[in-house]
Design a protein around this ligand. Sequence first.
Ligand code: MN
Length: 734
Amino acid sequence: MIRIEDVIDKVQVNRPGADIDLIRRAYLFSALHHRGQKRASGEPYLVHPLEVAEILADMRLDEVSVSTGLLHDVVEDTLVDLETIRSYFGDEITVLVDGLTKIANISDLSREKQQAENVRKMVLAMITDVRVVLIKLADRLHNMRTMQYLKPEKRKRISQETLDIYAPIAHRLGMGRMRSELEDLSFQNLYPEDYKRLAKEVDVRRPELEAALIKIEATIREKLNENDVPFVKVEGRVKRLYSLWKKLKKQKIMIEQVYDLIAARIITPNDRKYCYLAMSVVHDVWTPVPERFKDWIAIPRDNLYQSLHTSVIGDGGQPFEVQIRTEEMHHIAEEGVAAHWKYKEKALGPKDEDENLDALRKTVEKLLLPLVENTEQHEDSEDFVETLKLDLYPKDVYTFTPMGKVIQLPRGSTPIDFAYAIHSGVGDTCTGAKINGRIVPLRSELQNGDVVEIMTTQSSHPSGDWLNYAITSKARSRIRHWISQEQRTESIDIGRKLLEKEAEKYKVPNKKFMSNEAELKRIANEYGLSRPDDLFASVGYGKTLPRNVLTKFLGADKIKELEPEGKKETRLKSATKAVKKFIGMDDAIVVKGVDNLLINRAKCCNPLRGEEIIGYISLDKGIVVHNRRCKNVSQLMVNKDRIVEVEWAKSDKEHVQSVQLLATTENRTGMLAGITNAIADIKTGIRDARANVSRDDIGMIEVTVEVFDKKHLDKVVGAIEHVPGVIAVERLNA
Ligand code: MN
């Protein structure tokens, strides 16, 4: 069993002059209060805080962290309270223990919510003191190492959480070693079968792989020596099981097809010029694979990682990766922010220590704050976790402004994300984008090295559509914020018009009612709202009926007396009448039971006669008709009151509509002609047709056809599908 002396020895080696007495006191306190408690393994509970303290000592953290490691579970699992901790150990340790206890104590929320909440609290606690997260990670690491004693169900739950939250945070903080171990342990417990199978497959190949590695290492050493390039170490390794497994799954390949099962690493003395020299030697011995060279020394990743990566073709024609970095860069790659922890030397006073902590905090803030920024706007917790996961896995792309400034974004980002990354004002007024000088759609995915130029117009503003392709949390929360603002303005307008209309119906003059601020405010207050605008918005959203508002103004008796004879207009009808601006009309669609309304087909899904449709009352475009399955409909459903039933008009006139289709085909000649002939054969108009070949040698043929209805379209799709060589046909913009 581990002893406190083992921990103390490590602290003394790593941090000469550390306050060992503090660690001893923390140990005694922890031992006293955890006495009699056992872990699932049957061992005394004290083993856990001791092991956590040792992990922290190995990370070369200070005596305060190590002591907190010993005390971290005392408040959560024993009767000791924070005030007692404070009286024995002072404020610094109390703040840390408190932060750790808070992270653990969120049990009444749903799981997704809990995770989101956990991360939020962790990040906020870290900003007070980064040591909280380092201790939490050490705690989690030890729990993961000793999971075999837990029930499989619990093991899986903890592993999933580790994979979703803790490993990505370790990655974000640049702690490569911590991340790898957390990932491999989670993998082993979450997918034990896959793990066993893969471990076996790698083991079978191990002798061969290791022999290859030895040869590669020897060649590198020999060539570096020959060329007088100094190096500290050359090492080879077999790819980690978890990253190998992810690769196999993602690319749907077999282990035989993985070319980078092995990799070599060169560690040079602390001067980056040796890295570039070493690289030129490597490129001299083996041929580099084009486009696989990455210079993360010139452009460090935002988690501080620095290294050169290159892939070369080995002697047997087998490519492998070589990583080259200095000793210092290597230390940072393994330990991340923990490596920035300077040694407390005798000459350093408490002030320097504070400055050191301060600098570290700034770094951590920069890395982690974007994760919780604007989280108040993430009312939907699941969405928050999703966004978070995306941000936590920075498979980054590096893009540039026209002035050469690097903008780092998660993979899958679009010009919208880029625009918001520059400045929210740029995002809000973005109208278009150029990538490498060419105008591109805003939904285009950015690639490494792209030079992106954002075009803006002051009067322009965000569109809800952007949510379909903005992926960074900053962009998404700004867009959502804008939409909710806009919906409110729109609802205030609609509400005001509905009330005016209602008042008119009862012949109440505007001067008495709509222009009577005091009276409107009184009614708003009755609804628990503070201002007339809030009242209008509530009416506009359909939460409050205009007639009820008027009843509050006139009184129940008076309103009955004034009730106009005959037809009582429905709320729906007056709502649509309030729509004034005429944009265009579509007489192929009617609203059930009502005539003469402004109708527009939604551009996002361009519904086709015969398809199931649904209407949404908008302020400036009348009723916008969507395909019931359009992805925007679920968003619109939030305002249920503004959804109306619509149907296709029975009409003798034949309405022609353009529909864009994409056919994926084998790459053979005559495909385009075959498809256009098939369409012409069934007497259907073609407005546009073009052919392309994708990178993986698949033909992509886009045709725009003119059809009357869904049945007609189905016929066209069927005809194209029958052309030899066609793999699939799909409809675009639907
Ligand atoms: Mn613990």
